[in-house]
Design a protein around this ligand. Structure first.
Ligand code: PEP
Ligand code: MN
Length: 356
């Protein structure tokens, strides 16, 4: 029975290979990671949910024995991904301390319910639930609820942010969408939130910057993939770090203080916050005025029986504003996002007026 306490240490650092591949690779990676003194939990994928069949799907049961050996030799708790009740049963037999639910499993309420049922009465188990592939907090919250309903102690449930799959181009393999994580944290404030920079980035070059952002957003820890020879890894080769590079990266993360009492700092912060509140109120006052003008446009269009969408007009608004991006010191992407939100609301208003 595991004595692992998810809340005993901050930041909580989990590391290990994406997949256990051979006994030597698993043990050597785990031993080198343990020797850095920076790791609290060792991880390895044993059963790999792969997009395409025929790619490396994990070594299965024998990998559990290798992880059990890594635990014995390093004294560190171990974590593996489980996706079925059978996985849960085998992992617990081998003394796995932490079970994690992969992003492809969190999307499936049936699978989650089966796993939650398998955990009934197992009151020492710790479960980390990754966000679903798609940016749907209800699905993630639903998985949390299923484990809680099965009797898993909320103090033994943690959340892992591994980014969201999305359509389009991004620097990262999975979009971080940090705002969604902030929302999830406010729904489950008592639950540890761990960042998985490896699966967000998909490429080792960005791991340090994403890890630092996680630290600055007060995440409770990190789960980072590491491999003794990343180029030869059978899964996620581009995003894994050698234990030496992992150690270098972790030591450079600045986990800043949550708050300080220095009166000068407190006063400065309060001043800036007041300023922001004032500006927000002005911004939304202006947006409200803008919508009332949009409604007036709706009225004249209705009176003249003219369609809402006037070809070219919207593009010219977007071009005019984005041409000012540099002068405003705002990124064109940000301006486009704001303009799009304004456009949607504006069309809704005109639509209401024209069809009322
Ligand atoms: C993993 O942690 O190796 C993994 C498969 O992650 P995810 O479920 O986030 O894709
Ligand atoms: Mn992986």
């Amino acid at each position: 029975m595991s004595t692992f306490d998810l809340n005993a240490k901050r930041p909580l650092i989990i590391s290990g290979p994406c997949s256990a591949e051979t006994e030597e690779q698993t043990l050597e990676t785990c031993k080198q990671l343990a020797a850095t003194g920076l790791v609290d939990v060792l991880r390895a994928g044993i059963w790999k949910p792969r997009t395409r069949p025929g790619t490396f799907e994990g070594v299965g049961l024998k990998g559990l024995a290798w992880m059990a050996r890594a635990k014995e030799e390093t004294g560190l708790p171990i974590a593996v991904e489980v996706a079925t009740p059978k996985h849960v049963e085998s992992a617990l037999e081998f003394g796995v301390d932490v079970l994690w639910i992969g992003a492809r499993t969190t999307v499936s309420p049936f699978a989650i319910q089966d796993i939650a049922d398998a955990l009934k009465g197992k009151d020492q188990v710790t479960v980390l639930i990754k966000n679903p592939m798609n940016p749907d907090l209800e699905l993630w919250a639903g998985a949390v609820a299923r484990f809680m309903n099965a009797g898993v102690d909320p103090k033994r449930i943690g959340l892992i942010h591994r980014g969201f799959s999305y359509f389009g181009h991004s620097k990262y393999r999975n979009a971080p969408m940090w705002h969604l994580i902030i929302e999830m944290r406010s729904r489950f404030p008592e639950m540890a939130m761990i960042c998985d920079p490896s699966h967000i980035c998909g490429c080792r070059d960005y791991l340090a910057e994403v890890s630092q952002t996680a630290a600055d957003l007060r995440f409770d820890g990190l789960i980072v993939e590491s491999h003794i020879c990343p180029e030869k890894a059978l899964s996620d080769a581009a995003q894994q770090l050698t234990p030496a590079d992992f150690s270098e990266m972790i030591r450079h993360i600045n986990w800043r203080a949550d708050s300080v009492d220095d009166p000068k700092f407190v006063k400065a912060l309060k001043g800036y916050r007041n300023e922001i509140d004032q500006i927000d109120s002005e911004v939304f006052e202006l947006l409200s005025r803008r919508m009332r003008v949009a409604e007036n446009i709706g009225r004249v269009k209705r009176e003249n029986n003219v369609a809402i969408l006037q070809g070219g007009r919207w593009n010219s608004i977007v071009d005019k504003i984005t041409a000012q991006a540099e002068k405003l010191q705002l990124s064109p992407e940000f301006l486009k996002t704001v303009l799009e939100a304004i456009h949607i609301e504006s069309i809704n208003r005109q639509n209401q007026i024209m069809n009322s």
